[in-house]
Design a protein around this ligand. Structure first.
Ligand SMILES: C[S@@+](CC[C@H](N)C(=O)[O-])C[C@H]1O[C@@H](n2cnc3c(N)ncnc32)[C@H](O)[C@@H]1O
Length: 316
């Protein structure tokens, strides 16, 4: 049976990418729900305020996201998506981050999540997932969400997970909440995954792309604060890439150093996409600027983490 997912705040579709992987890897034996049988997750509706994601999302995931603010919608289910089983929510994290406003409840960017919390008891999707920065935990919206879930009869489980725990050499610690209406316990997250070498994510094309090179003056100016990874280190771990990568020279992600080439360069958007678990040519066919590609991948989800969470949520 198909589990029809609404990808809310869809961006480039981390949850859609994880759903494709689940379909390909056929973990459906582990994903049996009693009374329903085998389940297959599929994103059937997507919403984002950002029009620029539409063609990339359609190219990779086969549907055109609806361009709208979530708080302006009367509901999530409409005539075409009447049978939604699950909502995946990745609301903006700036209201909760240290570098953002930390105004939470009072930040206009949190209105969409406030609206979704109101809609949960009215639409009662069978499954729910939410991703945000760790600082979301304990916020007023977090407390309100938990109250609504309890009052509406959901069972929920919360996690702080980093892709490094699942074998990916990149830090991206995030808060996740999974909720379901049936009372079955949540399965454990599988962490027995082999560590993947860093070099698997680095391409020769990246060294040839001059737009990625960091000028020597910038290096000498910012070097002390730059996170520079030596490519000879197989066990290196990249820092978390943010949407400011390529714009803000520090605290937005790692750089690569190759002493044989005497070069320091940025990661390409496709290399970051691979570290995030997306297919290796994710940005190859799009006509978005390099700056937009960095912004979109820096806002997205770690696909292997979301893949494990989807498996846990939909397993019996
Ligand atoms: C953290 S990103 C989510 C990324 C996405 N899950 C992915 O895998 O790429 C937040 C997204 O919410 C969108 N957004 C922000 N405010 C919104 C609103 N009020 N209504 C709808 N979308 C909004 C942004 O354009 C951005 O793409």
């Amino acid at each position: 049976m198909q589990i029809r997912i609404a990808d809310l705040f869809c961006g480039i579709g981390g949850i859609a990418e994880a759903s494709h992987l689940l379909a390909q890897h056929d973990r459906t034996d582990e994903m049996l729900i009693s009374g329903i049988g085998r389940v297959q997750p599929k994103v059937v509706a997507a919403i984002d305020i950002d029009r620029s994601v539409a063609s990339l999302y359609q190219h990779h995931h086969g549907i055109v996201p609806r361009c709208s603010t979530i708080e302006s919608l009367p509901g999530i289910a409409d005539d075409s998506t009447a049978e939604l089983d699950m909502w995946w929510m990745s609301p903006p994290c700036q209201p909760y981050t240290v570098r953002g406003s930390q105004r939470g409840f009072h930040d206009a960017r949190s209105q969409a999540l406030a609206r979704l919390i109101e809609l949960i008891p009215l639409e009662r999707p069978r499954f729910l997932g939410l991703e945000n920065v760790p600082a979301f935990e304990g916020s007023l919206h977090h407390q309100q969400l938990q109250r609504v879930l309890r009052d509406t009869g959901y069972h929920y489980q919360q996690y702080i997970l980093c892709p490094t725990e699942l074998g990916t050499p990149m830090r991206r610690k995030r808060f996740y909440l999974l909720a379901k209406r049936d009372g079955k316990r949540f399965a454990d997250i599988s962490r027995k995954i082999e560590k993947r070498p860093f070099t698997e994510f680095i391409t020769e094309a990246g060294w040839e792309d001059k737009t990625l090179h960091v000028p020597a003056e910038s290096v000498s100016h910012y070097e002390a604060a730059m996170n520079i990874v030596d490519i000879r280190k197989r066990d290196a771990i990249a820092a978390c890439f943010t949407s400011a990568y390529g714009k803000s020279p520090i605290r937005s992600g790692s750089y690569l150093h190759c002493s044989a080439r005497g070069q320091i360069r940025r990661f390409s958007p496709n290399e970051i996409a691979m570290l995030m678990g997306f297919r290796s040519d994710f940005f190859s066919t799009c006509n978005l600027s390099q700056r937009s590609q960095y912004r979109l991948i820096g806002n997205s989800l770690s696909v292997p983490v979301v893949y494990e969470l989807l498996s846990v949520l939909l397993a019996n």
